[in-house]
Design a protein around this ligand. Structure first.
Ligand code: TXA
Ligand code: MG
Length: 336
């Protein structure tokens, strides 16, 4: 049985946080909201809890987890070396949607990092997440709280769809504010490299520490094993169309309707009346896309669409993170 407890996102009730923290301290798993997506938390210093996270998600053992901390002091329990650039980023951008890859302390179980000598750490800014970690008095490992390969959860209901009966508790703090995962930056290389684009943009990083590269080569990708797997993805086929003319989106949807049901997610209004067509119309803004995209993919997937057409958005700034996730959802070449 998974217990679901509701709480206020800005002023979380102390007694609810206490209950959740004791589950973590006892080696159990609690899903909780962060400002990006819901995470599936377990005690980062407890090897058995880490194993349970991999089992509950069905996550491949070669895909490492992010460790969440509530203050700068806690970082020293998991990271061996922080360095000037990481300190500058922490001062400028924590708490927030930025994950730093640092050298791992040997006390931290290797399984967290899938055997790598590094560890990924972030300090979330959601009050529920921060209070939970503080009360648990231990760093909390937390991947997104979805079954491996499914879209990340942005509500407690999404978490329950995937993990009900597999974990001890879900904290329901309403919809996640941002909706896409954190930026993952490897600061063990020079210049630092963005392994996964996220809500913190390359420009923000460069304002804090100067030059930052974006992961480009296969060799570099090996350092973020998770990005090789099929991710963020509904069960059905996803097609991306670039910001396009309404007429061509219409034509594409009509031709796909000849072979099955079609879902559409985009900011262009599509005038198709057909029992096998359903559309979710979003505002043409990166904030609204980020907040809505995973939920929209899940909804059309549940409705049984055989293909989902998604209209892309401008890739500047935060748009890079949204388009990255859409491409992964649409990709058929990555391994699962
Ligand atoms: O916003 C987020 O980051 C959310 C919330 C819950 O904090 N978490 C999240 O975790 O997205 P997850 O496990 O779904 O994604 C973790 C990403 C993967 O791409 C993984 O490969 C990468 O971080 N990662 C973790 N540890 C790493 C390491 N030591 N070196 C390189 N990449 C690492
Ligand atoms: Mg994930």
């Amino acid at each position: 049985m998974t217990v679901v407890l509701k709480l206020d996102a800005e002023h979380p009730q102390a007694e609810v946080i206490d209950q959740a923290a004791s589950v973590i301290r006892a080696g159990g798993l609690v899903a909780f909201p962060t400002e990006t997506v819901y995470g599936l938390g377990g005690d980062a210093m407890n090897a058995r809890a880490i194993q349970k996270i991999f089992e509950a998600k069905g996550r491949p053992a070669d895909n490492p987890l992010i460790v969440h901390v509530c203050d700068r002091a806690m970082l020293d329990l998991v990271a061996a070396e922080v360095g000037a650039k990481a300190e500058a980023l922490i001062a400028a951008l924590w708490p927030g949607p930025l994950t730093l890859v640092l050298r791992r302390r040997s006390e931290v179980t290797e399984a967290i990092s899938a055997g790598l000598s590094t560890v990924a750490v972030r300090m979330p800014r959601s009050p529920i997440a921060l209070e939970l970690i503080r009360q648990a008095r231990t760093p909390v490992a937390a991947p997104s709280a979805n079954l491996s390969g499914r879209p990340s959860p942005t509500t407690a209901a999404h978490v329950a769809q995937d993990l009900d009966g597999r974990i001890e508790m879900i904290l329901d703090g309403g919809a996640a504010q941002i909706g896409v995962e954190s930026t993952v930056l490897d600061v063990t290389s020079e210049p630092p490299v963005i392994l996964r684009p996220g809500w913190v943009t390359r420009q923000q990083l460069e304002e804090a520490i100067g030059r930052v590269d974006v992961v480009a080569t296969e060799e570099e990708l090996k350092r973020s094993p998770g990005t090789r797997h099929r991710h963020y993805s509904p069960r059905v086929r996803v097609l991306i169309v670039e910001a396009n003319s309404p007429a061509s989106i219409d034509r594409l949807c009509w031709s796909l309707l000849k072979v099955g049901s079609v879902g559409f997610i985009g900011h262009t209004r599509v005038d198709i009346e057909h029992p096998q067509f359903s559309a979710i119309v979003l505002e043409n803004s990166v904030e609204h896309y980020a907040r809505s995209i995973y939920s929209a993919l899940r909804e059309l997937d549940e409705e049984g669409a055989s293909v989902i057409v998604v209209e892309g958005i401008n890739e500047e700034g935060e748009g890079a993170a949204v388009m990255d996730r859409l491409r992964r959802a649409a990709s058929s070449i990555v391994d699962e």
